[in-house]
Design a protein around this ligand. Structure first.
Ligand SMILES: [Zn+2]
Length: 422
């Protein structure tokens, strides 16, 4: 972490909790934001030029250990794919890959994620596999060990591996490394109810794939349908299996499951009558529920009716994730923002950037440290080159452009890009 005061000037600074500042300056002291305002009020040490400075992005849903599927090279990005058929491909691919290549994928994908401006990440991983790499990297994270299995022996296996990893972590080191552990029961269709209850007993942050596809709703209601056949083909179906409830929302609200922070991955088919439960005010016990929406993955599977707007209008927290390279072409949250903006221009740039930063930080209980450029918060930021034009709405300079993130700063140090070491 850099000592002393240091300031950056940019064509635009987007602090998130206040309007964009044209010709802005961010002053940094001891790795924290010390001051944000117009260049007319403060000299800067380094002029970054025709760029935007935005808070470091929060990727609220990814699996860094997964690589792109072999079939995906040359795939038409507009083609819609059946999600259950895709799951079969992912499972076949996972079985063909040696464990060592998961670690290599984590290293590669973590570097790509940081280079894309992400400074806080929610990563789901097998038995804590990504922890060591993440804990050493210049990033903030919650690392969720996945538990999965409808059959008792499979559930026990993944549960034991996850808890063994939790037991191996040094709590002092976690704080220093800005990484916290969590657990991720994979999804209602793949994960026995006891694994959900067991995860909730950990008092750790939790995430789960929930209300992701119509086939999941069908399975919970009828114990039948394409997902059952998928599980039977895998040898993973359990005839004794009973869902926690017939609606996905029961997986985060029933009994002791309420007593945890839940980050819902996707949530595309959450019943509108359950929306009210997702508002922060609806939580009577201080636990948080947020939805991580992955726009490009959602589109890949033809789930184009994500209720993000209705959820946001009812006060729920919706943040953004890339999901893994097995379903998404990159790990760039900025790419997700631009994709969503192109599909839904009526979503304001201000709200979209808030979803990609502050809302994700809130979901991971990092909002007092990260998620906006406010004095006292960590100087985690991304630098995005801007197109050579003017816009009435400066957010369009960020969103209607293909310029990738040029540099990422974590705790006051440039960790990627041309100003590294400056
Ligand atoms: Zn996922």
């Amino acid at each position: 972490m850099r000592r002393g005061t240091f300031s950056l000037r940019a064509r635009y600074v987007f602090p998130v909790e206040r309007p964009p500042i044209e010709d802005g300056v961010v002053a940094i002291d001891g790795g924290r934001v010390a001051w944000v305002g117009p260049a007319s009020e403060r000299q800067a040490d380094l002029d970054l030029g025709d760029v935007a400075v935005i808070p470091g992005l929060v990727n609220a849903h990814t699996h860094l250990e997964l690589s792109g599927l072999p079939d995906d090279a040359g795939r038409n990005p507009r083609a819609v794919e059946n999600e259950v058929a895709w799951l079969s491909k992912v499972m076949a691919h996972r079985r063909s890959v040696a464990p060592e290549s998961y670690r290599e994928a984590v290293d590669r994908n973590l570097a790509a994620s940081i280079a894309a401006g992400t400074t806080t990440v929610a990563d789901i991983t097998t038995a804590g596999l990504s922890w060591d790499a993440i804990a050493k990297a210049p990033t903030r994270a919650v690392v969720f060990a996945e538990v999965v299995g409808l059959k008792r022996h499979r559930g026990l296996q993944t549960n034991d591996a996850a808890w063994r990893w939790l037991g191996s972590i040094n709590p002092e080191a976690q704080v220093a490394a800005n990484a916290r552990p969590g657990l991720s029961p994979h999804a209602p269709y793949s994960t026995a109810g006891w694994l959900y209850h067991n995860a909730a007993s950990s008092r750790l942050p939790l995430t789960t794939h929930l209300a992701e596809m119509p086939e999941e709703l069908q399975l919970l209601e009828t114990r039948d349908g394409p997902l059952r056949r998928f599980l039977e083909d895998l040898g993973a179906w359990d005839d004794e299996w009973e869902p926690i409830g017939s609606r996905p929302s029961e997986y985060i609200r029933k009994g002791d499951l309420r007593d945890a922070d839940w980050l819902i991955a996707h949530g595309t088919y959450i019943d509108p009558q359950d929306f009210w439960q997702l508002r922060p005010e609806a939580s009577t016990n201080g636990h948080r529920v947020a939805v991580a929406f992955c726009p490009r993955t959602n589109a890949r599977f033809g789930h184009d009716a994500h209720p993000y707007r209705a959820l946001l209008e009812r006060g729920a927290i919706v943040c953004l994730g890339t999901d893994s390279l097995a379903s998404s072409p990159s790990l760039s949250v900025l790419d997700e923002m631009r994709f969503l903006h192109a599909r839904d221009g009526s979503l304001s740039g201000e709200l979209l950037l808030t979803m990609a930063t502050l809302f994700g930080a809130w979901a991971l209980r990092a909002e007092t440290t990260a998620g906006s450029l406010r004095p006292g918060k960590s100087a985690d930021l991304a630098v995005v080159p801007l197109p050579d034009r003017d816009e009435q709405d400066p957010y369009l300079l960020l969103l209607e452009s293909e310029e990738p993130v040029a540099a990422t700063m974590f705790e006051g140090d440039f960790v990627t890009g041309p100003w590294r070491g400056v």
